[in-house]
Write a protein that binds this ligand. Structure first.
Ligand SMILES: [Zn+2]
Length: 391
C-alpha cells in the first residue's frame, strides 16, 4: 500500500487532477487498489474530488470526478524578473497569494547574479508561506522567450540571458520552472485573476520601462513563434528616429517608454524616476501632463492597429504609467475611437489593470497552477507535458 500511495500522489503531481481510471493507468495499478488507496487519502484530506473536466472527456462522454490535492497542500511560486527588481509570490491552488516578496537587482545584472538573488527570495517566501516546497514555479522574464523550447531567445533586449533554458532556471531556483515573457504573463494574470476575468478577447499593454503587450484570444494566451506575439514596443514609429535598444530605429519604445518620457522632460524639469514624474503630474505640471499624454497617444496609435487586427473586447493598461490613470486611458481611448471603422467596428473598452504591480507574478502563478492541472484548460497555455488519455 505504501508504494501504491506514492505512485498515486506522484501521478497527480505530474499530471494534475486525474479520474480513478486515469490514475490506474498512470500509476500502473489495479482499479481496486486505486479505489482503496484513494479512499484512505480522501479520508485524511490529502486528496479531494474536483469538477475539473478535460476536453478529451467532454468529447467522449459525461464528466467524471477527478482527484486532486487538497488546495491548501498545493501551491506554486510566481517569479517576475524586472530590469531592477525581482518579485516572488507563493499562491495556493486557488491563486490566493500566501506570501509575497521583492528584492532589488543591480543595474545591468547578469543572469547568474539575478538567479542567485531570486533563489534567496524564493526560499524566503516559501518559508513565510508555511507550505512544503511547491511542485513548480512560473517565471516571467522581460524579453523574448521561446515558449515551445522553454528558453530565452538571444536578443539585444536581454543580453546575457541568451540560451538560459528552463533547466538552467530549475537548477538555480531549486524547482521545475515554466518560462514566459512578462507582458504575456501580465495578460494571463489579468485574464485569470484581474481586470480581464470573464472576457475572452483582451489586449493587455504593459506601459513601463519598455512597452509590451499580451494577447488573449478565445480565452487563450497567444505567444506566437519564438514568443514574439505582442512586441508592440518595437513597432517602427519613425524610421529616422532614435536608436532603440533592440538595434532598430524609431521604435515605439524610443518615444513612449518611461525612460523616453523622462528624457523628453529632463531639459526643463528635475525628474529621474516614475515617482517624481507622477508627483509633477499630481501637482498640475502642464509639461509633465503633455509628455505623458503624447506618449499615451503614441501607444494608442499602435494599439488601435492591433485592435483592427484582433478586435479585442477590452484593452487593459498595466505597468508604471498605468498609475497616471485617466491621462493615459483617455488618450488611448481617443485614438481607438478615431481609428475604428465608423459604425462597423466596436471600440474596445480601455481599463486599468486591477492587480497593481503583481500582474506578471500572478500570470506566472497561473501557468504554474495550469501545469499542475488546477485551472480550467481553456484559460491556460499549452501544457508542457502530455496527459494520459481518458480511460
Ligand atoms: Zn526596438
Amino acid at each position: 500500500m505504501g508504494t501504491a500511495r506514492h505512485r498515486i500522489l506522484s501521478a497527480i503531481r505530474a499530471h494534475g487532477p486525474l479520474t480513478r481510471a486515469q490514475l490506474a493507468r498512470a500509476a500502473s495499478l489495479a482499479p481496486s487498489t486505486v479505489t482503496e488507496v484513494v479512499q484512505a487519502l480522501a479520508a485524511e484530506r490529502t486528496l479531494v474530488e474536483t469538477e475539473i473536466v478535460r476536453s478529451e472527456q467532454r468529447r467522449t462522454g459525461p464528466k467524471s470526478r477527478a482527484l486532486a490535492f487538497e488546495p491548501s497542500l498545493s501551491a506554486t511560486v510566481g517569479v517576475d524578473f524586472g530590469f531592477r527588481t525581482v518579485r516572488a509570490l507563493v499562491a495556493d491552488a486557488s491563486g490566493t497569494p500566501l506570501a509575497d516578496g521583492r528584492a532589488e537587482l543591480p543595474a545591468d545584472y547578469g543572469a547568474d547574479e539575478g538567479l542567485r538573488i531570486a533563489r534567496q527570495l524564493v526560499d524566503e517566501v516559501i518559508d513565510r508561506a508555511g507550505v512544503p516546497r511547491p511542485p513548480n514555479a512560473g517565471v516571467a522574464v522581460p524579453g523574448p522567450i521561446d515558449t515551445q523550447h522553454q528558453e530565452v531567445v538571444a536578443s539585444s533586449i536581454l543580453p546575457g540571458w541568451a540560451g538560459y533554458d528552463s533547466a538552467a532556471f530549475e537548477s538555480a531556483l531549486g524547482l521545475p520552472v515554466i518560462l514566459e515573457n512578462d507582458a504575456n504573463l501580465a495578460a494571463l494574470g489579468e485574464h485569470t485573476y484581474g481586470a480581464g476575468r470573464g472576457v475572452a478577447n483582451t489586449l493587455t499593454i504593459k506601459f513601463h520601462s519598455g512597452i509590451g503587450a499580451g494577447v488573449i484570444l478565445h480565452d487563450r494566451l497567444v505567444s506566437g513563434i519564438r514568443g514574439g506575439a505582442g512586441e508592440i514596443g518595437h513597432v517602427e514609429v519613425d524610421p529616422q528616429g532614435p536608436l532603440c535598444r533592440c538595434g532598430k530605429r524609431g521604435c515605439l519604445d524610443t518615444f513612449a517608454s518611461v525612460p523616453a518620457i523622462l528624457a523628453t522632460l529632463r531639459p526643463h524639469r528635475e525628474v529621474d524616476s516614475v515617482g517624481e514624474l507622477l508627483a509633477l503630474l499630481e501637482a498640475g505640471d502642464a509639461g509633465a501632463e503633455r509628455c505623458i499624454r503624447d506618449a499615451a497617444l503614441a501607444v494608442g496609435r499602435v494599439a488601435s492597429t492591433a485592435a483592427l487586427l484582433l478586435a479585442p473586447e477590452r484593452i487593459i493598461i498595466v505597468g508604471a504609467m498605468a498609475r497616471a490613470g485617466d491621462v493615459v486611458t483617455d488618450a488611448i481611448r481617443e485614438v481607438l475611437e478615431r481609428q475604428a471603422i465608423p459604425q462597423a467596428h466596436t471600440v474596445p473598452e480601455v481599463v486599468l489593470g486591477s492587480l497593481d504591480d503583481r500582474h506578471s507574478a500572478m500570470g506566472a502563478v497561473a501557468i504554474g497552477l495550469g501545469a499542475q492541472g488546477w485551472l480550467p484548460e481553456e484559460s491556460t497555455p499549452r501544457r508542457p507535458e502530455s496527459t494520459p488519455r481518458a480511460g
